[in-house]
Design a protein around this ligand. Structure first.
Ligand code: DHB
Ligand code: MG
Length: 212
């Protein structure tokens, strides 16, 4: 490990230790053959700190995967809080349901099985925070939906701002990395948003919606 990696591991172990439920959920995702692309514990803790800071009660997640990030989010909500999370893959949804049960957060999580681009137009605005962590090609559309659905003062969060280093490779013209670049550009330049990237893991865009 480099010195920087040692410091990050130290901070993660100290501030974001995984309890038995999170460890079992990570293992379950692996057993079930889900890709190993869930957020890290230190990223989960950043989500929890930010959601706690704004007193988030209604949160939307685009891209459930196996429910690991959803558990971090749901645990950060006050009593009566609610996470709505969307995933198109029935296998992801089945694993995530088990994860939410295991962590004891199932009563506060609504898992919507369907394509986000079909589900999002049906949702009503008023979310305190929206975490985008799904397929990358439609990210520009996810951005526009998220900005419509977020309330003023709400947090826009998006995983994979760096996309494993691909965003700065000019020879990489894939549709997925193009989606990531488009989202980053929109978030950086939108006068309705005060945004930055926290360089945790693969880069987390964090923005506050300050105007409609
Ligand atoms: C990929 C997607 C993710 O959401 C992630 O966190 C890491 C990688 C991917 O599509 O490669
Ligand atoms: Mg991701």
């Amino acid at each position: 490990m480099t010195v920087n990696e040692q410091l990050l591991a130290y901070a993660e172990q100290l501030f974001a230790p995984e309890d038995a439920a999170l460890q079992e959920i990570r293992a379950l995702q692996e057993q079930e053959g889900l890709p190993a692309i869930a957020i890290s514990a230190d990223e989960g803790k950043i989500l929890a700190v930010l959601l706690t800071a704004i007193g988030a009660r209604r949160v939307l997640e685009i891209g459930t995967l196996g429910g690991y990030s959803g558990v971090w989010i749901a645990r950060a909500l006050p009593p009566g809080g609610r996470l709505t999370t969307i995933d198109a893959d029935p296998k992801h949804a089945a694993v995530a349901r088990r994860a939410f049960e295991r962590a004891g957060v199932a009563p506060r999580v609504e898992l919507v099985e369907g394509r986000a681009l079909d589900v999002l137009p049906r949702l009503q605005p008023g979310y305190d925070a929206i975490f985008v962590d799904a397929d990358k090609e439609p990210l520009e559309q996810y951005y526009r939906h998220a900005m419509r659905l977020l309330k003023r003062g709400g947090l826009l969060l998006c995983d994979n701002a760096f996309f494993n280093g691909r965003v700065t490779d000019p020879s990489d013209t894939g549709a997925d990395v193009a989606g990531v670049r488009a989202f980053n550009r929109l978030a950086a330049g939108d006068a309705r948003l005060v945004a930055t990237v926290i360089p945790v893991r693969d880069g987390l865009v964090v923005g506050v919606k300050v105007a409609e």
